[in-house]
Ligand binder design. Sequence first.
Ligand code: UT7
Length: 319
Amino acid sequence: MSRRSVIAGTGSALPRRRVTNAELAETVDTSDEWIVERTGIRARFIAGEGETTASLATDAARRALEAAGVAPSEIGLIVLATSTPDQTFPASATIVQAALGIDDCVAFDVQAVCSGFLYALTVADSMIRSGAADHALVIGAETFSRILDWEDRTTCVLFGDGAGAVVLRAETGERGILAARLHADGRHNQLLYVDGGPSTTQTVGKLRMKGQEVFRHAVTNLAQVLREVMGAANLDVSEIDWVVPHQANRRILDATARKLGLAPERVIVTVDQHANTSAASVPLALDVGVRDGRVKRGDLLVLEAMGGGFTWGAAAVRY
Ligand code: UT7
């Protein structure tokens, strides 16, 4: 039997400070009512002093290692998805590696914005199946609060900070990542972007988004890639136990589920408490579902995400 990447453990981490919609409305021209009605978001966590993408990633990774019963020294590969690295370089994955006390492994970042975790997971899965590593840490971690324009109410209310991680282990058997599919369409790279960068403005830049257009593409692309990945795994949508989606907007989750004929109770929702944490949102939601007992061993999961680029993807996983 061929090698598969099994999710051996999950972990997550959030900044200390929780910010409600009401608190935001004190400094931004918005209201709890508008944010809840249009997005389903009630609160988000915002990184404070000493909290960075790499520090949150390290905390999430430690929890995933503990849950998996895997020692840091067994990790042969770290793939960290982020669009908000601690520095332009070195890769934040190497900062996590050092913090975990791992002397030698492969470590690099992947940048596909909100789809970053799906991209990272797919790359790590390929490397595990090829024999390049037996244990991998796949992390999504972000501090989007640091690239938000806090005077732009159309974007600043939507995002939050956090990290999620999984430990993958090579196994032969029924469990593991059954299929993954990734896409990108760079023609839309100006609908969700950051208006700065090392090679253009020499600044970090701020997030800009044409929300309605992103919304429209998201529902179509997510429904399509979810069907595609289920087809690749030779499974029917009706067999899905849990959809673990990217948490951008409650209305996107509901519209996608409706389009696929999926019961809303089968969707893990954390956007109300975490807002959109970009690459962190899928592993964060997975960890919440695992730790509260909803996601059980043997369940069929579909992880999916869509973000800037556009990039989007999905993975079918027998947990
Ligand atoms: O993670 C990557 C993927 N990202 C996404 O999937 C985001 C996708 N887009 C969305 O989630 C939604 O399009 C938004 C939540 C961004 C916006 O919701 P919408 O229902 O499309 O609202 P809208 O942009 O059409 O704005 C409606 C009104 C506007 O006022 P007028 O022009 O009708 O007078 C906005 O100015 O709401 C106003 N508005 C706000 N009002 C209070 C926009 N932001 C706010 C705000 N508070 N924060």
